[in-house]
Design a protein around this ligand. Structure first.
Ligand code: ATP
Ligand code: MG
Length: 654
């Protein structure tokens, strides 16, 4: 007998059809689904024509040894050639690849494809001079500057897998990652700008390398000009080493399955996993989805407002957009530096047409209020995207109306570090948007929602999101640990990749992500997921953000505990705020979901990619010592929360 899946609590009536003109000119039409269903592998074989192959592949997929896939067997290519050289050769060298905006005011650079190519060639020559060979791992610990993209592409050019470590991570995180993948060279900067001041990066590298004797060279970009320690024989300035090199470099063709990079997952649930991506399938998957999901046109100005140090940056700042020859905005700063209207100013300045960001950013903007975006002209926007967590229907509507002027479709894209490419998302010219739903698996992707024993659930039922067929940009393994790869993703259900996320199908069969199964609460025998209760809280006009967790409860097994951040306009929420919110949840989605406890907090613990770390909140709710916080964006947040709870009477049980 199968166990009950997840409860389906929420019901959504609103939906928005694709704008007519967009639908008429869309890159992808409804036929793509049928085409891919008919013959999935030849569908992907055709998408692979987007890429320039030095040698053609002879087979689309070798799946003879699952779960170890080989895509585009026999094909050879160079990823950096595909991202830069071929656009220059096609006469598009003067096209801007990046409108880069640094954090200090006025610090901007437009990088053309021709300039990018020259710098990538120089950096590739420099790495070669430093003795880096194909297969050597290179760690990149950098701020959001053009040199970071150059470094990644230079590695790809010479076949050296890169490991980008988010520039805000501690020295310890760097040690863990360098050791895990045995990197030999580190590319870094003296420092980077964060919230108006220069923060050191090189000191963290120096500290880390005391524990990483295998690293023989450190290439240092001068960004802030601050004083840095120097180890002769190991450290070299980027300017000296890269600047002197020739701008010519013949790209070598690598096997389609040659490793492109290792990226560590965000660490929302636990110890980050080193996800290995290879070259051919990854480029096909990211360039196709970037073109299809964002309906990319020649004159678009695309902006993924995320950090390069997580997978969204890899796939949709670097590889997808560059493979497609797109023009992007790249921004070093945070949304409130130098002021809370900076994003909207940049959209107006560069006439951004497509904005892709995380729900956490949208909820933060909601918290601040619409007066900031209203100051700018956002009429250039034609499409909006969301990634990283479920977008609460309230946040979706705010994004749609305030940012998108009610004319831009929203693509809510579900994917993971592991999937490499967008997997579940509306197609903007085909699929209607529903606030809160990621809708459908993309053409060529097979996603299902199944129950406890792997049987597909019916419409209106909840369960687990699985992928039932391999896809081009899929991870190939966890770096150095094939067993962990099998255990983590392929052991829960037979012949299916289990993503770790709960989901439901609505009455129309559309997919709604419900949060991680690790976070599912069992309240009096009902299996409740986090997302719907959080969305119910966010739909209250005083609430900007919410996180719920299950805490042990003598009567019900587990009880729902909620942490909420109020909108600025709500002040302290008033003395009845807790009761008001409990009643609101009961009314919106039912009494069973009504939180036992609601705590108003100033901040929530988030990963660097903006995801709420519920396991830490669970520690708080169950009065335990807070667990591992190394992947937290701001390690002081947990103190802020516990201090706040000590002095706040609204934290008590009812
Ligand atoms: P770890 O696996 O180390 O805990 P992580 O899962 O947070 O870290 P990522 O690969 O960056 O690391 O995030 C992928 C996860 O983000 C998905 O499994 C899902 O939980 C969530 N996610 C991403 N996009 C969406 C979306 N559109 N809707 C709902 N959830 C999403
Ligand atoms: Mg994950």
């Amino acid at each position: 007998m199968s166990e009950q899946g997840l409860s389906n609590l929420m019901h959504e009536e609103r939906h928005f059809d694709p704008p007519e003109e967009l639908a008429r000119n869309a890159n992808v039409t409804a036929e793509a689904y049928a085409e891919a269903d008919k013959d999935r592998l030849s569908f992907w074989g055709r998408q692979a024509e987007r890429i320039t192959w030095a040698e053609p592949f002879t087979e689309v997929l070798d799946w003879s040894n699952p779960p170890f896939a080989k895509w585009f067997v026999g094909g050879k290519l160079n990823a950096s050639y595909n991202c830069v050289d071929r656009h220059v050769e096609a006469g598009n060298g003067e096209r801007v690849a990046f409108h880069w905006v640094g954090e200090p005011e006025g610090d901007t650079r437009d990088v053309t494809y021709a300039a990018l190519k020259d710098e990538v060639c120089q950096a590739a020559n420099a790495l070669t001079e430093l003795g880096v060979e194909a297969g050597d791992r290179v760690a990149i610990y950098m701020p959001m500057i053009p040199e970071t993209v150059v470094a990644m592409l230079a590695c790809a050019r010479i076949g050296a897998p890169h490991i980008v470590v988010f520039g805000g991570f501690s020295s310890q995180a760097l040690v863990d990652r360098i050791q895990d993948c045995d990197a030999r060279v580190v590319i870094t900067a003296d420092g980077g700008y964060r919230r108006g001041s220069a923060a050191g990066l090189k000191p963290a590298v120096d500290e880390a390398l005391e524990h990483c004797p295998g690293v023989r060279s450190v290439l240092v970009v001068k960004r802030t000009g601050q004083d840095v320690g120097w180890t002769e024989g190991r450290d070299v300035w980027w300017e000296d080493m890269v600047g002197k090199q020739s701008t010519e470099h013949a790209p070598q063709a690598f096997d389609a399955e040659h490793p492109l990079y290792v990226m560590y997952t965000s660490g929302t649930t636990g110890k980050p996993k080193g996800i290995l991506h290879t070259t051919g399938g990854y480029l096909v998957g990211t360039s196709y989805t970037h073109w299809a999901v964002f309906d990319l046109k020649d004159d678009d100005v695309f902006w993924t407002a995320a950090d390069i140090g997580w997978v969204t940056g890899h796939s949709y700042i670097v590889y997808g957009p560059l493979a497609n020859g797109a023009t992007s905005v790249m921004f070093e700063g945070t949304p409130d530096t130098p002021h809370k209207g900076i994003w909207w100013e940049l959209i107006e300045k560069y006439k951004v047409t497509i904005l892709y960001c995380a729900p956490t950013a949208i909820r933060t903007f909601m918290k601040w209020g619409k007066e900031f975006p209203e100051k700018a002209d956002l009429s250039s926007l034609r499409l909006l995207g969301s990634v990283g967590e479920s977008i609460n229907p309230e946040a979706y509507m705010w994004y749609r109306e305030v940012i998108g002027g009610s004319r831009c479709p929203i693509v809510d894209t579900w994917w993971q570090t592991e999937t490499g490419q967008i997997m579940v998302s509306p197609l903007p010219g085909v699929t209607s948007g529903k606030p809160g739903s990621a809708m459908k698996a993309l053409p060529g992707i097979s996603a299902k929602v199944v129950d406890d024993v792997g049987t597909p659930v019916g419409n209106g039922e909840g369960g687990y999101l699985v992928l039932t067929e391999p896809w081009p940009a899929m991870l190939r393994t966890i770096y150095g640990d094939d067993e962990r790869f099998k255990d983590t993703y392929w052991s829960r259900f037979e012949n299916m990749y289990f993503a770790g996320d709960g989901a439901k199908l609505d009455e129309d069969g559309d997919i709604w992500l419900l949060g991680r199964v690790d976070d599912v609460m069992n309240v009096s025998g009902h299996r409740l997921s986090t997302t719907e209760i959080e969305s119910a809280l966010v739909s209250h006009p005083k609430v900007a953000e919410a996180a719920v967790v299950g805490a042990k409860d003598e009567d019900t097994g587990q009880a729902v505990c909620a942490f909420v951040i109020l909108r600025d306009s709500a002040g302290d929420g008033g003395k009845d705020i807790v009761e008001e919110l409990r009643a609101h949840v009961a009314k919106e989605i039912g009494k069973i979901a009504r939180p036992r406890q609601i705590m108003v907090v100033p901040e929530l613990p988030k990963t660097r990619s903006g995801k709420i770390m519920r396991r830490l909140l669970k520690d708080v709710a169950e009065h335990r010592e807070v667990g591992d916080v190394t992947t937290l964006a701001d390690s002081t947040v947990m103190n802020l929360i516990s201090d706040n709870l000590k002095e706040d009477s609204s934290a008590g049980d009812d």
